[in-house]
Write a new protein. Sequence first.
Lengths: 326, 335
Amino acid sequence: MAVMEMKEAINQALKEEMIRDEKVFILGEEVAEYNGAYKVTKGLLDHFGPKRVIDTPISETGFTGLAVGAAMMGLRPVVEFMSFNFSFVAFDQIISNAAKMYYMSGGLFNVPMVMRGPNGAGPRVSSQHSHNVESLYSHFPGLRVMSPSNPADAKGMLKSAIRCNDPVIFLENELAYSLKGEVPDGEYLIPIGKGDVKREGTDVTIIAWSRMMSLAKAAAEELAKEGINAELLDPRTLKPLDMPLIAASVKKTNRVVVVEEGHYFCGLGSQVAESIYRDLFDYLDAPIQRIAQSENPMPYAANLEAATLPSVEKIVKAAKLAAYRA
Amino acid sequence: MATTKNVISSLTKEKRVELLEKMLVIRNFEEASIKSYQQKKIAGFLHTYIGQEAVGVGTLSHKLPQDTVVTTYRCHGLYLALGGSAKEGMAELYGRVTGCARGKGGSMHFFSKEHNFLGGHGIVGGQFGVGIGAAFKSNYDEDNAVSFIFFGDGATVQGTLHETLNLAALWDLPAIFICEDNQYGMGTACTRAIANTDIASKAEAYGIKGYTLNGMDLHEVHDRMGEIVKEVRATRRPVLIHMKTYRYFGHSVSDAGQYRTKDEVDSWKAKDPIQVISRELIDSKGLSEEEFKNLQKKIKAQIQEAVDFADESPEPPAEELTQHVYMDMDEAGNA
């Protein structure tokens, strides 16, 4: 086991998969000579050369569309969005082309591509650079959506995403790129659609992904001090959800908090909650609590930014409500 | 900008008959589809290629097996020009499982793996990326393919064209951008939508060659495209072609085309490539009246067979609804 940062683990995954399969290439803004806006692709140009590590112009529709066509013809592109906020510029290519191609061609053309990059709030970057896109992309059949919470998961999940024959939205997080963690030595894969219990508990299940899992971990420590033993469940893949894992946890704790960084209305947490109500209603001892970003664009001011985002305090409070310990 | 010149056709008699036959297949297929639409056998949108046959047939006669083709929702003509099965095409329009996209794509989304036909696409300008992606793959794998990217005049003012022209020129992608300018983006005349209607001149902005061709003239399309395709295959530089053509019917079957005068439509029909080529062949004794009639009869029968095949084909079974959403399944069979 080596301890490394999230961005190094992602870099390792890219490198290993590019060595394994020469059809894999990466393209995006500043991925090559600049070594990546967040250094995720550091060293890849030196290792693989400009044929397979490609700097693009600022032209998201163009290069995302190019990746779809290349994937239809058998290549395996990894598109880096410098930020998923910029994926909106390519939205039609992602939805109308990448997500629909396999179906509307009656199974003739699949699109094996990964679109990856940071999702969610950066530090003090205001309204247009802070979107959480998981609920948007999870809405459309044809896409798979994954979002790791730690370096080891990031590596194993991205390797599976690159080997997937369908388009995958792979959501990283700028504030988590420097998060450190142990990463197993050697080759390993984390299957798409498999979640993970990050902390065993008995009193309440906190479901959280990506950077929210770090907050949930801190909340669980606070709750433990007050005698509440929280179970932390990371779905890892957001579409499809690992419902068997969620069911096992809910049957054990009977109480649920869903934490997401995105907005409350139509946030992915509402789907998680609905799936639990639908399948596990009789196992619930309390209404499901949801923590999400409030219904306003991201403000710049530090106090307002803190107020709109989920926090350890908000999670603790919600867990107590769910556990009837408020 | 490169200029066009009158060409002395290089088409042999045999080749001329072959291309005439392809144009007739398209014309008859589309006429049959309109009839079936009126009989409510086909629903949704139906955009026919009638009038534009010389563009697709003349251009794609230069396609090699490794080349790729992508186009708009007006896709039946190119699919047939490539040799796509009329039976499977008609079955697709009928929404049957025997269709070229298993009845899931419909009129706007014909595909053929065998011919590297990367689809009809329903969003104006949405297909450019797919086309340059195929050209990128050709360079990546060094397979010497070129990518034919067809689009309408309406798409010339979408940003996607300009992003992909830039990328193709920047990266030397062997992409042949072919604008089928049928004069109207739905009901809006080009002059009311495009600030500069000299489409080929836009090539200059990207440092590539642009050509304007008479899309009603099969000889010109065939011969000039032959040279152009050869050049792109060798140089790997993209080109932009402006094909002036016309659709005889409305934008789709629901469009009566009242924004055009009868005189205007008739003036284009007077240049009809099927009429011109068949007359030429008959006059030059390349084809007797009798042989031409037999050819027409043969194709009519072939299309009738396609209609019957479609009509008799089963609808997709219920389980098709959720098939082909994802390719990969997990151990439990879940996508």
